[in-house]
Design a protein around this ligand. Structure first.
Ligand code: GLN
Length: 299
């Protein structure tokens, strides 16, 4: 079997459906990893013959993929912000939406030596990316699941990036202040879990289940932000559809305010950015005294 035949087989074996919007693309991803090659090599070598071991691994993956196992779980790797992360069933597979959170964090006016906290880090995709993209940032990440911590540690090692890993519930073991707090916590309402696409159901329930309204953990973290955030610090939280207003209410109850919402391609307010109520004014005031205004560019 050659590469072109293998890709044709993938398209025949993977029915296009909600969880498999682009069978050919998934075929390329699986084939490249089965052959230990890059996606580009697959595109450029349609006539290359597969070794018997490569072909049988590819056929096995196609069968399991058709039955609903996500391609990233099969290969144990997932792309995120131009890098590949190790993933296992112990962690949420990084999603493109979470790249919006990273993008918002990188665009924030945090200083070159910002103290950054990523809460519930899972694979450490957010923490590692921020530390790699901003070498001066001092990044700490927390995670409660020991199995997820093993994956996080492996990714930090593989990417040779220094991030402090702490095992605790949300940020319970840490003291602020942090200039940036990021979190992609579980936010799916418990009742919605069973109706998630087959692929999402392969993610660990502990990384998805956010309680009755999906916001149990998010609201617990919001209530802790006044303790964690530096005076002009920002918190960036990933949310599910229709949750931004409830989080804005929770923020208000904790003397915080939403300063920005970032929409995803589906038009959902996916990321909210919080800071202490009135912090923008403080920054402006400081600016008139000659201190760098951290807020202007952001707002
Ligand atoms: N993005 C996941 C989904 O597809 C949910 C992730 C989370 O709960 N943080 O529903």
């Amino acid at each position: 079997m050659n590469v072109a035949e293998a890709l044709a087989l993938a398209e025949a074996a993977l029915p296009r459906r909600e969880g498999i919007p682009d069978p050919r693309r998934e075929g390329v991803w699986l084939l490249a990893r089965a052959c230990g090659r890059s996606d580009t090599w697959v595109h450029l070598n349609p006539g290359a013959e597969l070794a018997p071991g490569e072909e049988s691994l590819f056929r096995d993956w196609l069968e399991r993929r058709a039955a609903g196992e996500p391609a990233h779980h099969l290969t144990g790797r997932c792309p995120f912000w131009n890098r590949e992360f190790l993933v296992t069933p112990a962690v949420l597979v990084p999603r493109p939406e979470t790249e919006l959170l990273v993008d918002a964090a990188l665009r924030s006016p945090a200083s070159q030596s910002a103290r950054v906290l990523d809460v519930g880090t899972g694979s450490a995709c957010i923490a590692a990316t921020l530390a790699l993209e901003r070498r001066g940032w001092n990044v700490t990440a927390t995670e409660l699941s020991p199995e997820a911590l093993v994956v996080a540690r492996a990714n930090l090692c593989a990417l040779s990036v220094a991030v402090g890993l702490v095992r605790c519930d949300l940020a319970a073991a840490l003291r602020g202040p942090f200039d940036l707090v990021t979190a992609n916590l579980p936010y799916v309402p418990t009742a919605d879990l069973a109706a998630l696409p087959l692929e999402v159901q392969h993610d660990p329930p502990a990384a998805l289940d956010g309680g009755a309204d999906g916001l149990d953990l998010v609201c617990r973290l919001v209530a802790d932000l006044p303790r964690l955030l530096a005076p002009c610090g920002l918190a960036l939280l990933e949310l599910g559809e229709g949750q931004a207003d409830a989080v804005a209410d929770a923020a208000r109850e904790n003397a915080l305010e939403v300063v920005r919402r970032v929409r995803d391609l589906g038009g959902c307010d996916r990321i909210v950015v919080l800071q202490r109520a009135g912090a923008a004014n403080e920054a402006n005031h400081e600016d008139t005294k000659g201190t760098k205004n951290h807020k202007e560019e952001h707002l």
